[in-house]
Write a protein that binds this ligand. Sequence first.
Ligand SMILES: [Fe+2]
Length: 147
Amino acid sequence: MSTQNIVEQLNTELARTYSLSLAAKQAHWNVEGENFMEVHELLDKVSTQLREVADELAERVSALGSIPIALAATLAGTNISDDFPIRKITTKEALSLFSNYLRDEVSQLADLAKSIGDTDLITQDICIEAARSLAKTQWFLASHLGN
Ligand SMILES: [Fe+2]
């Protein structure tokens, strides 16, 4: 995989994780129902974690000599922004939504790490670390749901 290709893929994951971070805040503000306080706080932590992952990806793009992009207009093109419900959501719905979002994101990052292979071990490691930390959070969310 060429460096050009790697930064393009990293920018895609940057937009996805940043967009997901904003969606987690949206859920933090609009969640209601069973175990409210616990889920409300958990969603805030998910938002922070996703922003930290986005930051790592962005800084790697920059270190590779390219331009990280996560402006509002860029994020508007991600399917996370398009699909997110604009209404109150139950704690169960929020946990299920983010469990699925994170499962997808972990698999995207793992696939990217695999495609990068040994052409860039540092970027590969960043993607694996990001996938590993999000996979743990995905497990927390799924465990709350009991599946
Ligand atoms: Fe808050």
